[in-house]
Design a protein around this ligand. Structure first.
Ligand code: GLY
Length: 369
């Protein structure tokens, strides 16, 4: 029975997060080496995932100490909002899982203001000529957009709902449509980076980015596209986003090795020390569970059951429940293979998406996104 199995898995997550919250505390964990999470600077793009994980557990346990830690992290991140210059498009990752989460759970007015500030920044990155959201800040990248940004769009949809101002949603929809047109391929794979002329909005070229080549299939990029399109569909009800999420899901599943652990890029040549990416699998599983809520009943079970199978495989082979000296939940993620940074190690976002998928398998349909 799914529920009993998922409940047992959830109990492992609750126990683990209860323990690691005492060692990780109100920090910014990113990659785990030798069992300990290394922490990042306050402006790092992954800084929403640890508070997000704490809020997932708090939502069901009401463990006050987790709430305190997640709130402290949010307070520390205020310095970034005020600093402005380090902010980039990943304000969605950062403030959806921290401030939007706290607002949805506890109605905090301060958290709402933080998330609205972050959403306003994201809207300010919109290039009206090219109809895309600018990714990073380097001057030579002013016309660059990346697939990851699909996961930042929920902050804009949320901001429109909260403020009754459709501008945030308009920008999100136009960016999602540009992504559909310029990134996603008919087979369900996607480019990582597409560069546009920032003056005219014309497409210039695609780059490989964190994938193997411009025409390859970075596995986490596929997961960002799958889950991001599903979330755009959840907020807008648009069938074209559901169809795009399905295409990405089918591509992901068709290319997934038997043991559920994707290579860092589905089209990279295999070698002995292949970099693998459990975070892509965890994100894809949670994305498929989102998708299962959006399709007709007769299709829903396909996505739910494939997501469950994936979570089961990850759990059997790549979780660290039996290692009291490991702070992370999920092993074998890869942050950036082309740069050879953080290969086959636990990543905080792998932990988050794994826990989120388990929540969904237990029937939790509300999301912080
Ligand atoms: N958003 C950056 C990454 O997926 O590594």
């Amino acid at each position: 029975m799914t529920t009993q199995w998922a409940n047992e898995l959830w109990n492992n997550i609750v126990d683990k997060v209860g323990l690691t919250s005492t060692t990780i505390g109100a920090g910014f964990p990113y990659i785990s080496y030798k069992g300990r999470y290394e922490h990042e600077k306050v402006d790092w793009w992954t800084n929403g995932f640890w508070p997000g994980l704490l809020w997932l557990v708090y939502r069901e346990t009401r463990n006050e100490s987790l709430k305190e830690i997640a709130s402290d992290i949010e307070t520390k991140m205020d310095a970034v909002l005020l600093d402005f210059y380090p902010l980039h498009h990943d304000v969605g990752f950062m403030w959806s899982l921290s401030s939007v989460a706290q607002f949805k759970l506890l109605g905090s007015e301060l958290s709402k203001r933080r998330a609205m500030t972050a959403a306003s920044h994201l809207l300010g990155r919109y290039n009206a000529k090219g109809q895309f959201i600018r990714a990073w800040n380097q001057p030579e990248r002013v016309g660059w957009a990346i697939i990851d940004c699909m996961m930042n769009l929920p902050l804009l949809y949320w901001a429109s709902e909260e403020s009754n101002d459709p501008r945030f949603r308009h920008a999100a929809i136009l960016h999602a449509d540009t992504t559909l047109r310029e990134f996603l391929r008919p087979d369900g794979s996607t480019h990582h980076i597409v560069c546009f002329d920032p003056e005219t909005g014309e497409r210039i070229e695609a780059h490989g980015g964190q994938g193997y080549s411009p025409d390859s299939a970075w596995s986490r990029g596929t997961a960002w596209s799958l889950y991001g399109m599903a979330l755009s569909a959840r907020y807008t009800g648009e069938v074209r986003y559901i169809d795009a999420a399905k295409r990405a899901a089918h591509f992901f599943l068709a290319n997934l090795p038997e043991d559920g652990l994707p290579p860092w890029d589905f089209r990279a040549p295999w070698d002995e020390d292949m970099a693998m990416d459990s975070s892509a699998a965890a994100c894809a599983a949670s994305g498929m569970l989102e998708l299962s809520l959006l399709v007709p009943k007769e299709e829903s079970e396909l996505y739910r059951s494939r997501a469950e199978k994936l979570v089961r495989k990850l759990n059997e082979r790549y979780t660290a429940w039996n290692d009291p000296n490991e702070e992370a939940i999920l092993r074998m993620g890869t942050a950036n293979c082309p740069r050879n940074t953080h290969v086959n190690v636990p990543l905080i976002y792998g932990d988050y998406f794994f826990a989120e998928a388990v929540c969904k398998l237990r029937g939790m349909q509300d999301t912080f996104w």
